[in-house]
Design a protein around this ligand. Structure first.
Ligand code: PCA
Length: 119
């Protein structure tokens, strides 16, 4: 099992949420400051931004390793679209290390949307 922080189309109500349908929802979650979202059209990408004071909101899920592999394919990890990293979350989920998808390409010219993604 792996704990994954999702902030975009994988959230409940999101277009890719079906991948998590049989997995365990742990709770709403937020990163520490230093991360922001950019809109990439149909989905957001999270990047590190040292000056950010807020962080990114999303959901914490506990998922099977087979599903994690599916998510890596979905997010284009091998293709270099997203990179899977580990981070620690803000309270109340602080102290646990989780995995998440960081956007791996340049966001120059994209729209910065801050802490929340809504479809
Ligand atoms: N899917 C992943 C990363 C961006 C996206 O839309 C997620 O929901 O966390």
């Amino acid at each position: 099992m792996t704990r994954v922080f999702v902030y975009g189309t994988l959230k409940r109500g999101g277009g890719n949420h079906g991948f998590l349908a049989r997995q365990r929802f742990v709770g709403e979650a937020r990163t520490h400051p230093g991360y922001v979202l950019y809109s990439l059209g149909d989905y957001p990408g999270m990047v590190q931004e040292a000056t950010d004071q807020v962080g990114v909101t999303g959901e914490l899920w506990e998922i099977d390793d087979s599903v994690l592999q599916q998510l890596d394919e979905l997010e284009g990890v091998a293709a270099g679209l997203f990179r899977r990293i580990t981070l620690t979350l803000a309270p109340p989920h602080d102290g646990s290390t989780v995995t998440t998808y960081l956007y791996a390409r340049n966001v120059a010219g994209q729209t910065r949307i801050g802490p929340n993604w809504h479809e």
